[in-house]
Design a protein around this ligand. Sequence first.
Ligand SMILES: *Cc1c(COP(=O)(O)O)cnc(C)c1O
Length: 333
Amino acid sequence: MSDPTKQPFGTVFAPRMTVCTHTDDAWSEWKTTDVEPVSLHPGAHVLHYSSSCFEGLKAYRWSNGEVRIFRLDSHVARMQKSAALLHLPIPSPEVVKTMITSAVKENVEHIPDYPGSLYIRPTLFGTTVDIGAAAVPSTDAMFYILCSPVGDYFSGGLRPLRVLLAERARSTPEFGMVKAGANYAQALGPLLKAKAEVQADQVLFSPAGDTQETGAANFMLINSERVVTRHLDGNFLHGVTRDSLLTLAKDLGYIVEERGIPTPELIEFVKTGEAGLSGTAAVLAPIGTFIFDGTEHTVGNGDVGEHTMKLRQALVDIQAGKAEDSHGWLSAP
Ligand SMILES: *Cc1c(COP(=O)(O)O)cnc(C)c1O
């Protein structure tokens, strides 16, 4: 097989997965299988009413060969919340944890060395066969843990991103915080338009000038003194990377402000400050340019900012086992 870390993110899969199904009000025992097509009735709930959600987390292989999963408990807890908001059954946190650690162990030979990693994708969807169930939850469900060996997200170097500020919401005031498939479909139109019209890499959704996040990453402003990011509410996904970076920012002596960021303040801040996008895949990606109302606004001098890199480095050093895991974020599978 060709080197998976040289392939586009998410296109190569480790050979084994853990899986269980919910029927007749009970979860089956979970089992390990080869990654193979799943069989679904064409009338399955998820195919019609988008009853699906997922998680995304990583396992790292250190230079001494040891494997660590980053913030397993936080991802398990978020998956429980997503399932509850979609009214889908979900195995207990203990079972979800065991299924994740077991999937990692099953695929341990397929975890690339750091800075590569094993991206772990717990996936849940409704399988009740009933196309009349538009207003009824799916009582049946399938849950599995799929794993994908991935390379360094920035193997081509850190290139500051071009981000279009769009005055619309990504999702809704309640479902923004759910890692639900339908949210990503909703955000596609504006993103494709922004790519075609202004060569943007991402869209920062800012309905009525109220900054939320991009299609799959949280947003933060950073300078020598402070880190500013949106307060937690239902409008956006509560990133584990966001939480980790804010914790490290406090450790490093930055003032952390969680509050609304109106567009005019954002534009003013980035004249001298920095801005970044946070998420499991990229950790913290620098923004070099904002496009707003037909005008380009360069962030600082347009290059990768010093404080963005400092924060990013603090987190990747923990993930790589090069810095002390003082917050207890890593666990062996
Ligand atoms: C997954 C995701 C994030 C980042 O969450 P992490 O837990 O940091 O990976 C941010 N926004 C959206 C919409 C996401 O789907």
